[in-house]
Design a protein around this ligand. Structure first.
Ligand code: AP5
Length: 194
């Protein structure tokens, strides 16, 4: 299973990817987590990315593609993967398609989680109080939502045109959302894939 989870900040991509990872026994690849690991390790890439992330903007496409290529060349992705946080714009979507075509591993499904802005803000405010993520402050969250609307939302059209997109309501219990994602995957994935 090769799956992409799309959705605005706070829509539950990370939460649901962690649950699906256990179900499908394939790795959850979060570009946000990969970047935060670089920041925590204090690498040059991490230092460069931190400022951009704290402002709620997108880190450069070049850096992201390099990170993704390195991650997708690891052995644990042979049975598939769940991508969370990539692609974030049309350039990244085209780069991912080219990369996956090159290794003959096209995506099976792209699920977009839909959550209203009010709920997103409440969820992120709650997480901020518990985890203190540096980009969970009101200014960065406003910017992240704007970036989603302007750059990431068009990505759903890219996948819709390829018959791979399914929309799922991200409001509800975690179990309900997971079940709905699984049904959504079944509705778009080719019958012969895992
Ligand atoms: P990233 O880490 O990807 O952040 P994000 O997209 O803003 O998403 P979040 O982690 O905020 O939310 P989520 O959808 O994963 O929701 P979650 O499950 O955590 O990216 C961070 C930054 O890195 C970007 O801004 C950018 O700078 C950079 N970056 C990353 N990828 C990039 C790329 N490809 N290109 C360029 N730059 C990139 O849930 C949120 C909260 O809600 C949690 O507290 C959770 O417990 C709760 N929750 C989840 N589901 C439910 C539910 N059903 N009901 C109630 N609460 C729920």
């Amino acid at each position: 299973m090769r799956l992409v989870l799309l959705g605005p900040p706070g829509s539950g991509k990370g939460t649901q990817a962690a649950r699906l990872q256990k179900h499908f026994r394939i790795p959850h690849i979060s570009t946000g987590d990969l970047l935060r690991a670089e920041v925590a390790a204090g690498t040059p890439l991490g230092l460069k990315a931190k400022e951009v992330m704290d402002r709620g903007e997108l880190v450069s496409d070049e850096i992201l593609l390099g990170m993704l290529e390195a991650r997708l060349s690891q052995e644990d992705v042979v049975k598939g993967f769940i991508l969370d946080g990539y692609p974030r714009n049309l350039v990244q979507a085209a780069a991912l398609e080219e990369l996956l075509n090159k290794i003959n591993q096209p995506l099976d499904a792209v699920v977009q989680l839909e959550v209203d802005a009010d709920s997103l803000n409440k969820r992120i405010a709650m997480r901020s109080a518990v985890q203190g993520r540096t980009d969970d402050n009101p200014d960065s969250v406003r910017k992240r939502l704007e970036v989603f609307r302007e750059s990431t939302a068009p990505v759903s059209g890219f996948y819709e045109a390829r018959g791979k997109l399914a929309l799922v309501n991200g409001i509800g219990t975690l179990d309900k959302v997971t079940d709905d994602i699984q049904s959504a995957i079944d509705s778009v994935k080719p019958p012969e894939s895992d």
